[in-house]
Design a protein around this ligand. Structure first.
Ligand code: DHB
Ligand code: FE
Length: 279
């Protein structure tokens, strides 16, 4: 039986990749954000995960507005990174765990989630930035990947309740996997931000705190708002919190918070980082 050892949540702002490339981690603008990561790295060192099951959204690299799966699960043996136009370096290729991906897909479909299966999938800054932050010095990523994409881009979006249920189904699938892998769940994106329209630059500290305060003990609290209400509270891109909610579901029934960091702004985003463990 695979073991879920914990969950790591972080914002995935592309400008973080620029700061890493320039070595700007200690610059005054960036330091409060990067200072949130030594505890994440120390925790990963202790946990020694073999596999990451990730929840994130594609930003136009695999799916554009004309073809948008609500839930897409990668089932490949490797995932190449590409830059959708931010001018970021191309990061290391991620090794997949296709057999576990198919097991997760079987579980999701048995639970009546009609997912899109992707035997080819590129990864964008939503995964490469969290990996760079977690393992900055790795010659090769130390984990194999099962990537799950949630549509947070093209309405209609799945409800927060549905995303939590999706995560819980993934939890059951990982739990029933006969291998002995140690699994870390990752949720990326958010927290509050809006990149476009009259509210560009919008952030909401109170809503972000509400999300972080309830994520471990009462994730249902994050599912009571409709998608339109979440967009109002978190911003058009802040709705990426759906990835956090699904990842929280995948962690399992009870959780405790080990670490959090929150800093406004990184680029246009209220940047948050958390680590949770099964309680
Ligand atoms: C920014 C944030 C994102 O989540 C993203 O995908 C792209 C850009 C930003 O704040 O600049
Ligand atoms: Fe994003």
């Amino acid at each position: 039986m695979a073991e879920i050892v914990g969950a790591y949540f972080t914002s995935h702002v592309p400008a973080i990749g620029g700061a890493i490339a320039r070595g700007d981690q200690q610059a005054p603008y960036w330091k409060p954000f990067f200072d949130g990561f030594p505890p994440v790295r120390a925790w990963l060192e202790r946990m020694k995960p073999d596999v990451v099951v990730s929840f994130s959204n594609d930003h136009g690299l695999n799916f554009f507005l004309d073809t948008m799966p609500t839930f897409a699960v990668g089932a490949a043996e490797e995932y190449h990174n590409a830059d959708e136009g931010w001018g970021l370096p191309v990061y290391k290729t991620m090794r997949g765990h296709a057999a576990l991906s198919w097991h997760v897909i079987e579980g999701l479909v048995a639970d009546e989630f009609d997912v899109t299966t992707c035997q080819r999938m590129l990864v964008d800054h939503a995964l490469s930035i969290p990996f760079e932050l977690a393992w900055p010095d790795a010659a090769q990523w130390p984990v194999r990947l099962v990537p799950i994409g949630i549509n947070t881009v093209q309405h209609p979006l799945p409800s927060a309740k549905r995303c939590l249920a999706l995560g819980r189904s993934v939890h059951r699938a990982i739990h029933s996997w006969p291998g002995g892998e140690r699994v870390v769940v990752i949720g990326t994106g958010g927290l509050s931000h809006q990149l476009d329209g009259p509210r560009a630059g919008f952030m909401n500290k109170d809503y972000d705190r509400f999300c972080m305060d309830n994520l471990s003990a009462d994730p249902e609290a994050l599912t009571r708002d409709s998608i339109h209400e979440i967009v109002r509270l978190a911003g058009t891109q802040g709705v990426e919190v759906l990835n956090w909610i699904a990842a929280r579901g995948a962690l399992g029934p009870s959780a405790r918070e080990l670490h959090r960091n929150y800093h406004i702004p990184i680029s246009n985003t209220a940047a948050a980082t958390m680590v949770l463990e099964p309680a």
